[in-house]
Write a protein that binds this ligand. Sequence first.
Ligand code: GFB
Length: 310
Amino acid sequence: MEKDAKIYVAGHRGLVGSAIVRKLQAEGFANLVLRTRAELDLTRQAEAEAFFAEERPAYVFLAAAKVGGILANDTRPGDFIRDNLLIQTHVIEAARQSGVKKLLFLGSSCIYPKLAPQPMAEDCLLTGPLEPTNEPYAVAKIAGLTMAKAYRKQYGFNAISLMPTNLYGPGDNFDLASSHVLAALLRKFHEAKATNAPTVSVWGTGAPRREFLHVDDLADAAVFLMERYESGELINVGVGEDIAIRDLAALIREVVGYTGDIVYDASKPDGTPRKLLDVSRLQALGWRARISLREGVAATYAWYCANHGG
Ligand code: GFB
């Protein structure tokens, strides 16, 4: 990417989009085009096409999506499949029409089969049943990956697709009904400590395992791949190790400094038992994650206290 190239980061206020903007600015890319949802509703085709026709960006990071944790996906499946299909379809087509040079699309490790062999390599996609709690979201994201490959084949459109693992970091969603586990537990332990609550509720059994990548590492990988990855083949982005939810809860309790007890809420779903990514393809390109989980959790908690917690 040329330093003066016009770069559109769709979803720039979200967890991933804001990290990509920070990374691009740190690397000296100053010609960024950003639009809030109020300024540009990507679920509306006419708005998306008018924006691309007017701005004609050279590069697009498609970080706009409808995302959420296991409960949000399980309770609002219609919203998740509709909004993600609309956003990605409008952006990929308008980008092609307006002559975008390269577009980066983001999948998610939760769209691999529920019981895929671990660690999951890129070729296990579509080899088995999906996790029921987020199947509509997964089908939408699989459609986006498929569209990116189809546009490369038919139109020679240079779209690359990343498959990140579970993400966390500054700018995360801390709403307890729609957030992902790490952000939710930071808030829960923080509030329990502040109110001297005797216990903190952790959903499910605590047995599932999850891999966590700090969003600044994801942003680093996204710029790294936008610069040098030219294949239409999916590429996993992760840290290559995972942790049981119960151990994550113990880590967050320690970082926050909470001394009460953890209770498990069996009425909430566990979801996929494990979804560890095989990151050998990305490592072969010379990229590795740098932020350890403890370091990342501590930094994210500091950010939370400075921006939300008080
Ligand atoms: O992060 P999470 O909501 O998403 O849940 P998934 C991960 C695990 O943490 C599940 C447990 O086993 C939850 O039961 N958990 C424990 C909690 N306490 C909590 C809590 O307070 N809040 C939340 N949210 N979880 C998502 C997909 O699956 O992964 C999305 O549904 C997305 O589509 C995301 O792709 C990356 O990792 O289970």
